[in-house]
Design a binder for this molecule. Structure first.
Ligand code: MN
Length: 316
C-alpha cells in the first residue's frame, strides 16, 4: 500500500489517516498496522491522550516517502496500513484492557506488527499481554521521564504510572533485558530509582544522556537488549520545550535531535511492536507534540524497514 501522492493530491486535503496511508481492516499481506488506542482513563495527572490518535494522524500529513537519514523508503519496503482505532469503553479500565488485548491479538494472529498510538501509558500493559502471549517474555526499550514502576496509585493497580510493575509481575518482560531512558524529575524518594534498578532494569537518566550523549545510551541498549524487543515511547521523555502536550511534563528531557538519534540507532534489533503514548492534544495548541510523535512513529517504521532490508541483503 502506498501513501496518497502529495505531488498529485495536496497533503492538506483528503481524510486524515496516518501518513496518508490507506485505512483498512483487511490484514492480508500487511506487515505493519498503525492502530490508535484512544484511552486515557488511567492517567494519574492531566488527561487528554484519548484525543492523540486523531491529532497524530492530522500531523502525519507532512511525512514524505523517503527517509534520507536511514536511506530507506518505509512505505515501499513494508506494506503499512492505518488500521483505525480499537474501540475502548470510557470509564472502564479492565474492560478496555480486554478489548485492547483482543485487538492486538487480531493483528499478531495475522503476523502484523502493531504500531500503537495511545492513549495514556496504561494501554501498553494489554498490548504487552497480547505480544508476550505470542512471543514469550520480551525485551523492553522504554523512553520516559518516569519509570512507571510504582506499585499502586490510591490503592489501585492499573494506572499510567504502574504499567511496568504489572508487566514484570505478569512475566511479560524480562527486566534484565530491559532499559529505561530519559528518567528524571522530582520523585517521591530516593528509593524510587533504587527500586527500579533492584527490579533488574537498566536505567539511563536524562542527565546521563545529556552528559554522556546518545551514543552512550545506545551502547547500554546494545549491552542490555536481546531477542524479541518491544519499544514503548512515552512522549514525556522529551523536554516540554519540544513536547508540551502531555499530561505529566518534566523539565530537562530529551531534545528532538536526541530522540531521533536514539531511534535511528536501533536498526539491528528485532522488534515485535512499538507504541507512542501520552500525547495530550489539549495542551498542544501549536501541534508540535503531535508533529514530533508522528515523526517518531515514522522513524520506528524506517528502522523496521531498514532492518529487514539489511537482513535480506545479508542472507543473499
Ligand atoms: Mn509513562
Amino acid at each position: 500500500m502506498t501513501q496518497l501522492d502529495a505531488l498529485k493530491s495536496p497533503r492538506f486535503g483528503q481524510i486524515a489517516t496516518f501518513a496518508r496511508l490507506p485505512h483498512t481492516k483487511s490484514l492480508e499481506g500487511v506487515h505493519v498496522a498503525f492502530v490508535g488506542i484512544p484511552f486515557d482513563d488511567a492517567v494519574t495527572f492531566k488527561p487528554g491522550a484519548r484525543l492523540a490518535p486523531q491529532a497524530v494522524r492530522e500531523s502525519s500529513r507532512i511525512l514524505r516517502p523517503y527517509n534520507a537519514a536511514l536511506d530507506v523508503k518505509p512505505f515501499e519496503a513494508l506494506n503499512i496500513v492505518d488500521y483505525g482505532d480499537i474501540d475502548i469503553v470510557p470509564g472502564y479500565i479492565e474492560d478496555s484492557f480486554a478489548r485492547i488485548e483482543a485487538g492486538i491479538d487480531l493483528l499478531s494472529d495475522n503476523g502484523v506488527v502493531p504500531l500503537v498510538c495511545g492513549g495514556d501509558h496504561s494501554v501498553t500493559l494489554p498490548v504487552l499481554r497480547s505480544l508476550a502471549d505470542r512471543f514469550g517474555e520480551l525485551s523492553l526499550i522504554h523512553v520516559d521521564a518516569h519509570s512507571d514502576c510504582w506499585t499502586e496509585y490510591w490503592g489501585h493497580k492499573y494506572t499510567n504510572g504502574t504499567t511496568f510493575r504489572r508487566s514484570l509481575e505478569e512475566g511479560l518482560i524480562d527486566p534484565r533485558k530491559s532499559i529505561q531512558i530519559g528518567i528524571r524529575g522530582s520523585l517521591y524518594g530516593r528509593e524510587d530509582l533504587e527500586d527500579v534498578r533492584s527490579l533488574g532494569f537498566t536505567v539511563v537518566t536524562a542527565e546521563e544522556v545529556h552528559e554522556r550523549g546518545v551514543d552512550h545510551a545506545l551502547r547500554l541498549v546494545r549491552d542490555t537488549v536481546s531477542g524479541q524487543a518491544y519499544f514503548s515511547f512515552d512522549i514525556d521523555g522529551m523536554d516540554p520545550a519540544y513536547a508540551p502536550g502531555t499530561g505529566t511534563p518534566e523539565v530537562g528531557g530529551l531534545t528532538s535531535w536526541q530522540a531521533l538519534g536514539l531511534v535511528r540507532g536501533l536498526v539491528d534489533f528485532s522488534f515485535v511492536g512499538f507504541d507512542l503514548v501520552e500525547v495530550s492534544p489539549v495542551f498542544d495548541p501549536a501541534g508540535i507534540t503531535s508533529l514530533l510523535a508522528a515523526n517518531l512513529l515514522y522513524e520506528f517504521l524506517s528502522v523496521l524497514a531498514k532492518g529487514r532490508q539489511l537482513q535480506k541483503a545479508r542472507s543473499n
